[in-house]
Structures are given as structure tokens and as C-alpha cells.
Design a protein around this ligand. Structure first.
Ligand SMILES: Cc1ncc(COP(=O)(O)O)c(C=O)c1O
Length: 390
């Protein structure tokens, strides 16, 4: 069935699902088998072919169903579902780049991207990397080299919630024969679809909003089939970052309610960001939905209907003030990750080695707060009682 003409909510439920031909079940089953039956004469098969139901590392049915759903939600032709967000990021970089290529990468990204670009690819594989503020478009234009192969950005960026202009960066990349990849994890496809804005690749940690329940890891690369085919073979079959069938099934199940959950994340985060901004003890709040965010107008242009569930903020006080504040919280949990049903908060201290890349206000330590789907009044009440105890 072709669901292309239907809305986001309908596609979130129905894409990647159909009546199981064998049992008549109206949900596709989980297939945990490692291997699939071979034809009478298997000798001519290509054992390295990806996407084939041959051996689960080459591809499996639950992975395939999930890929159909995510490609549709991101508005892409094709999708590769992998074992984690980092598996997707490194799979894309390993398969696309070669020694002597140059990459421009946002200074505000998930830490593993910084490590891959600043250490592994630079030191071991002789890939030239420029880690820079990709919000400064003139500086990006000036940084492009004849061998620039890729511009990689994350918007909103982890952990400062910086916003980059996807359309403008896609144009710069394409004018110079390079690709643009966008990590869309913080926004999720409900709020932002980078392919519609010109990106060549979207990368998602499906561990976060797409799964949404904090109980399975997965990653995805979305883009044109001709670009993804060689990446699929390398990242999955040869590097081995295949997603487990059970996780693919869990993430498909979670993704059906993505629009409902995202609506609640968006509403809760905006209400809490506005409330936090009014608290005398709060030094700053960074959330793209706030008028005070330096890139609010750009965020409004490329994100809709909302701005996601993650914000960051700082408190007045010394290092231990932040730890005491977290210890007083009753509903909000101190834990890494984001995009779960439950609210999670993490204190990022003053000694993060990337501090020099962050705006000044982040230098005294700050919180990254992933606002969950609980009742907003309860979350605000929890923050309030912890602030009062300080
Ligand atoms: C923006 C972003 N991209 C990628 C990742 C990595 O995802 P995973 O933990 O699924 O490997 C994370 C993890 O926090 C993230 O925040």
C-alpha cells in the first residue's frame, strides 16, 4: 500500500506495517532468526550484499519494516537502520570519506562526532577536519577547500541548543560539490525534515525520540537510494553495525506514537523554558522556541510545529549548587540520554574539554534537560521545590 499521500500521523502508524501473510496477524511479527533459507543453488550469491534476507547482518525483515517507516517520516527515498546513532554516524563517515578528503563539522555536536573528527579520522585516516561554528555562513564559505567532501551539522545542537541554517549550508555544500549531513536527533522528523531543506543525508539516533521509551538503541541514515546503497554494504555488512530484530521491532512500535509524544514534548519544554526564564536563580535558558534564543527566527523558519523537548539552563551558584539541585528533584531523573517518556537531567560541569567551543554563559557549568511527557505542572512543581530548597 502506498501511504505517500497521507499525513505524518497516519504514516507514523501504518508505514512499515501490513497483515502478516502467514498468520493473518495485523501486526508484522518479530523474526529473531540469524539466517534465512538459501535457494537450491546458493553458490552464485553475493555474501556481502546488504538488504538481502540471507544473514541478519546483511539485513532482516524487522529492520526492513522500520526503514520503510523512517524513510517516509523523514521524507527520504531510503533509510538504513543500524544498531545505534553512533553506528549510523560512523557508518556514514567511514563509507563516504577517504584519506585526503576534507570535512567541515559543527563545533556543537554529540561528543562521539567530535572524537571521530578530531581524533580517529584526523589522526589515523588522514582526513582533514575543520571543527567550527557552522552558524557563521561566511566563515563556512571561507573554510571550504577544493577537497571538501562533507559538511556535517547538528541542529539543534547537543548540548547548547545552537541552531544552524540547513538550507543555506546545503547550498554552500552543493555549490562546492560537497554533501550536507544533518543530525536530526533533537528535533525528530515531527519538527524538522532536513531533506526537504536540501540535506543529502539525515542521521538520527532512534534511541531518543523515535523509539521514545528509553528501552532500545538504534540509529538511522536517510537519503537517496543511490547514495545509501554503498553505505549500507559497508556500515552494516562489513562494519557490523546491524540493528537487532527485537530493537527494530521495539523502535517501530515506539515510532507509531511519535507525533503524539512530540506534541507533548514540544508543549512541555516551551512551558518549562518560559517558566525557568522567570526564576531569579536561573542564569540563562537556551531553547530555540524562546524569543531570547539568538537563532529563534531561523528556528521558526525550519522547525514546525515545535522546537523539541531538550533545553539547557544554568543556575547561579557554585559547582555543588548544581549537584544539590539535582539531588532534590523527585520526578525528574538524573541520567544521560534524551527523548525518553521520562524527564532526564544531566549536569555538565565546568571541565568539559569542549568548553572553549561553547558560548561564555555555558562555561560555569549547566544542565541539559530532556523534558519528558509527564504533566507540565508536575515538572514545574518539581523544579520549583528543588529551587526553594537551594
Ligand atoms: C544528537 C545526537 N546524535 C547522536 C547520538 C548518539 O546516539 P546513540 O546513543 O544512539 O548512539 C546522540 C546521543 O546522545 C545525540 O544526542
Amino acid at each position: 500500500m502506498d501511504y505517500k499521500k497521507y499525513g505524518f500521523g497516519t504514516r507514523a502508524v501504518h508505514e512499515g506495517n501490513s497483515v502478516d501473510q502467514e498468520t493473518g496477524a495485523i501486526k508484522r511479527p518479530i523474526t529473531m532468526a540469524n539466517s534465512y533459507a538459501l535457494p537450491y543453488d546458493p553458490s552464485a550469491l553475493n555474501w556481502s550484499e546488504a538488504g538481502k534476507n540471507l544473514y541478519t547482518r546483511n539485513g532482516g525483515s524487522n529492520q526492513q519494516y522500520l526503514q520503510e517507516k523512517i524513510a517516509s517520516l523523514e521524507g527520504g527515498e531510503d533509510c538504513i537502520a543500524l544498531a545505534s546513532g553512533v553506528g549510523a554516524l560512523s557508518g556514514l563517515f567511514f563509507a563516504l570519506l577517504k584519506s585526503g578528503d576534507h570535512v567541515i563539522c559543527s563545533s556543537i555536536t554529540y561528543i562521539a562526532v567530535y572524537r571521530l573528527m578530531n581524533e580517529l579520522f584526523k589522526d589515523k585516516f588522514q582526513i582533514e577536519t575543520t571543527i567550527m561554528d557552522t552558524g557563521d555562513l561566511d566563515a563556512v564559505r571561507a573554510a571550504v577547500r577544493p577537497n571538501t567532501k562533507l559538511i556535517h551539522i547538528e541542529t539543534p545542537g547537543n548540548p547548547t541548543l545552537t541552531i544552524n541554517d540547513i538550507q543555506a549550508l546545503a547550498q554552500i555544500a552543493h555549490e562546492n560539490g560537497a554533501f550536507l549531513s544533518v543530525d536530526n536527533t533533537f528535533a525528530s522528523p515531527y519538527n524538522q525534515r532536513p531533506i526537504e531543506l536540501g540535506a543529502d543525508f539525515v542521521v538520527e539516533s532512534m534511541t531518543k525520540y523515535i523509539n521514545g521509551h528509553g528501552d532500545a538503541m538504534g540509529g538511522a541514515i536517510i537519503g537517496k537510494k543511490e547514495l545509501l546503497d554503498p553505505i549500507r554494504a559497508q556500515s552494516q555488512v562489513n562494519l557490523g553495525a546491524t540493528i537487532s530484530p527485537f530493537n527494530a521491532w521495539l523502535i517501530s512500535r515506539g515510532a507509531s506514537t511519535l507525533p503524539l509524544r512530540m506534541k507533548q514534548h514540544n508543549d512541555n519544554a516551551l512551558a518549562i523554558a518560559r517558566w525557568l526564564e522567570k526564576q531569579p536563580r536561573v542564569r540563562f535558558v537556551s531553547y530555540p522556541g524562546l524569543e531570547s534564543h539568538p537563532k529563534h527566527e531561523l528556528a521558526k523558519k525550519q522547525m514546525s510545529p515545535g522546537f523539541g523537548g531538550v533545553l539547557s539552563f544554568g543556575l547561579d551558584g557554585d559547582h555543588d549548587t548544581h549537584n544539590r539541585f539535582v539531588s532534590y528533584l523527585k520526578v525528574i531523573t538524573s541520567a544521560v540520554s534524551l527523548g525518553h517518556d521520562a524527564s532526564l537531567i544531566v549536569f555538565l560541569g565546568e571541565d568539559d574539554e569542549r568548553q572553549y567551543l561553547y558560548p561564555q554563559q555555558f562555561h560555569k557549568g549547566f544542565f541539559r534537560f530532556s523534558v519528558g511527557i509527564e504533566d507540565a505542572e508536575d515538572l514545574i512543581g518539581d523544579l520549583q521545590q528543588a529551587l526553594e530548597k537551594l
